[in-house]
Design a protein around this ligand. Structure first.
Ligand code: RP5
Ligand code: MG
Ligand code: MG
Length: 252
């Protein structure tokens, strides 16, 4: 991605708040562009305080750009740099908000996105959830737990969000994993100091294993269903681009 958009939307309030971002025009996104009057809104959602998955405001013992104990604080994009307060700086540029917003980690917040797909009457479909937070269709992804392998996160999140937490034998599907992407996500929750990164893996169902699997929404998901890749609705964050990568990979 060359530029982020969804985490610059200054018209709508930030998730679960009434806070609006400082407007960052396209030509001012890059940190290399001087902008002395830039005044991002400082915001960290008070509800993340004390959460086991969240950092504290004390940065002194955090090992950035490294594996910090069990927490992966490396970025797929680059070795990120720091602002005057020693806070990581979003490598994709300004977002109009400083602090962590509702994200737990300073710097990269690592997720994993499993795309389970099949052909239905010759048309490509994938398993999508309707997210409870924004109401948009999305890949049923989620955060990598400390010490967890990404390959485990993919299956766990799919199970939690698309299979109602049940363990279902999808053996053949899980064997066809193909990594499509690892990097930045233009997530509406991103800030100048905290951002989403993900690993997207395609699991195409070549053997119709999924025909016998009953989808059931759970956790972040309000509903779940097979969605055609050419649906006429926006997808969450950068998920549209991830689906485009899926299409290309199945064409080859
Ligand atoms: C997106 O947020 C990722 O692509 C992934 O789908 C998701 C992870 O966050 P939660 O679903 O846990 O909120 O940036
Ligand atoms: Mg989840
Ligand atoms: Mg999720």
């Amino acid at each position: 991605f060359k530029m982020h958009f969804k985490c610059r939307n200054a018209e709508v309030p930030y998730l679960n708040s009434s806070i609006k971002r400082f407007l960052v025009p396209d030509d001012k996104v890059a940190w290399s562009t001087e902008w002395s009057s830039y005044a991002p809104v400082e915001y960290t959602d008070p509800s993340i305080n004390g959460k086991p998955w969240a950092d504290t405001n004390d940065l002194s013992n955090v090992k950035f750009n490294a594996l910090d104990g069990k927490v992966n604080r490396r970025s797929y994009i680059c070795d990120y740099s720091f602002d005057a307060n020693q806070r990581p700086i979003n490598p994709m540029g300004r977002s109009g908000m400083s602090g962590r917003g509702i994200l737990g980690r300073w710097g990269p917040n690592h997720a994993a996105d499993p795309i389970v797909s099949r052909f239905k009457d010759g048309r490509l479909q994938f398993v999508a959830i309707k997210r409870k937070d924004t109401g948009e269709w999305a890949i049923p992804g989620g955060m990598v737990d400390p010490g967890e392998e990404v390959s485990a996160t993919l299956k766990r999140e799919f199970g939690e969000e698309a299979l109602g937490g049940k363990t279902i034998d999808m053996g053949k599907v899980w064997k066809n994993g193909k990594r499509l992407y690892a990097g930045y996500v233009d997530d509406p929750r991103n800030t100048d100091n905290a951002w989403m990164e993900t690993v997207v893996v395609s699991f195409h169902d070549y053997e119709s294993v999924m025909d016998d699997v009953k989808l059931e929404a759970g956790d972040d998901a309000a509903s779940v269903r097979w969605v055609f890749v050419d649906l006429n609705e926006p997808l969450y964050a950068s998920h549209k681009s991830f689906i485009d990568l899926l299409k290309t990979s199945l064409d080859n």
